[in-house]
Every structure is written in structure tokens, then in C-alpha cells.
Design a protein around this ligand. Structure first.
Ligand SMILES: *Cc1c(COP(=O)(O)O)cnc(C)c1O
Length: 207
């Protein structure tokens, strides 16, 4: 499956293998097939896996919602954080990164559908907070991320992905983290540069 998906990617399009709730041996297997970028949702689970897999050359991504009290544990373990969803979170990440002289690459999560249950900046909040976020010294905002409502049909996400792309273009942000197992083909057509794939690569997650 990995290679079938990879075949259709443009040079600037990459896969994050979302390994939350998946066992170590499945990560090792995908790594052996050439996958280097892996994404986790839960800080504690991620840190345990990172420790167990430290001999591999994995680039770790944090894709799940981040509680403020967990930020101090991140250190320099993650190449990218996809789910920065408030100014305060961005400030704490920057302050923690400063302590270890790290430059943390992040995506800003945008609630592009304006659905109330989803976390992320609304477009308005993003516009309002951008001047503050873009000034933070130990954060580098590389792009935008979105997670459409789970119940959406893939086709319903097409305009949402397009809107995220348009917003990123306005702010000259080149990376777009959008698309999961069920809608990645649509996300790729709309210009995703990172698709976040779990079940399609690993099978169903443990409950
Ligand atoms: C779990 C998760 C994914 C992967 O979802 P699949 O449907 O298994 O591909 C992608 N992004 C985020 C933010 C997730 O939490």
C-alpha cells in the first residue's frame, strides 16, 4: 500500500505514517519499507515509542491535540508539530524550545469548516493572531493543517482543502498538512504537501 500511494505523489508531497495506538513492530516494518516520517497523537505514548525506536532514523511528527501542560515534555523530540491551535500553545512551545535552543517547526491548525467541535483557529482568529505567532523566536511556522469533520464524505472536504490552500498562499506558507486515509486523494489534488495516513497503512488501530 505504501508504495502504491507513493507512486502518485508529486516531488513536494510526503506521507506522515500516523502510528498512534499501533504496535512497535508495525512501525519497524513500515520503516524497513522506506517510511521515515511517523506521526503520533499522545505525548506519553509518543515519547515511549521514540525511546524504544531511537536506533532508527525516524522523523517524528506530533499530529494530535496538544495539552499545554504536556508541552514541557516535548523537548527536541519532534521535527514537526501539526496541531498548534492557540496563541498560548505557540508561546509555550517557543518558550520551552528557547530553553534548549531548539527551533520547533510547526503547522497552525485551522478549523476551516468552522465546525464548533473541532479544535483549531478559525480563519478570523488565525488572521488576528498571525502577527504575534509569526514573531515567536523559537518557532518556525511552515504551514497550515486541517482536520475536517470526521463524518464528512471525502467530496465534502474538497472545498475545505481548497480554502486552506488559499489561506496558506495568502501568507506565503508552503506546507499543507491535510488528508487522512479516507480523503487523501482529494487532499493531494488540492495541493497537500503532507498527507497523514493511519489505517490505510497500518490497518485498524487498537481500541
Ligand atoms: C488519527 C489521525 C490521522 C490518521 O487517521 P486515519 O483515518 O487512520 O488515516 C490523521 N490525522 C490526525 C490528526 C489523526 O488524529
Amino acid at each position: 500500500m505504501l508504495n502504491n500511494i507513493k507512486k502518485n505523489l508529486k516531488p513536494n508531497q510526503k506521507i506522515v505514517a500516523v502510528s498512534k495506538l499501533q504496535p512497535i513492530d508495525k512501525i519497524q516494518k513500515l520503516y524497513a519499507e522506506g517510511q521515515i516520517d511517523f506521526g503520533e497523537n499522545y505525548v506519553q505514548e509518543a515519547l515511549e515509542k521514540i525511546e524504544q525506536l531511537k536506533d532508527l532514523n525516524i522523523k517524528w511528527h506530533l499530529v494530535g491535540p496538544l495539552q499545554k501542560n504536556k508541552i514541557k515534555y516535548l523537548k527536541n523530540n519532534f521535527e514537526y508539530i501539526h496541531s498548534v491551535n492557540s496563541l498560548e500553545t505557540a508561546q509555550i512551545i517557543s518558550n520551552q524550545a528557547e530553553k534548549i535552543n531548539y527551533l520547533q517547526k510547526i503547522f497552525i491548525q485551522v478549523n476551516i469548516s468552522n465546525e464548533s467541535s473541532k479544535s483549531g483557529f478559525t480563519v478570523e482568529e488565525f488572521q488576528k493572531n498571525w502577527p504575534m505567532i509569526s514573531q515567536l523566536k523559537h518557532i518556525k511556522v511552515i504551514g497550515l493543517m486541517t482536520m475536517p469533520p470526521l463524518q464528512n464524505e471525502p467530496e465534502q472536504n474538497q472545498p475545505l482543502f481548497k480554502a486552506l490552500k488559499d489561506l496558506a498562499d495568502q501568507y506565503q506558507l508552503s506546507e499543507l498538512s491535510m488528508g487522512t486515509s479516507h480523503d487523501y486523494e482529494i487532499a493531494l489534488k488540492q495541493g497537500a504537501t503532507w498527507i497523514r495516513l493511519g489505517t490505510v497503512l497500518f490497518g485498524e488501530r487498537a481500541k
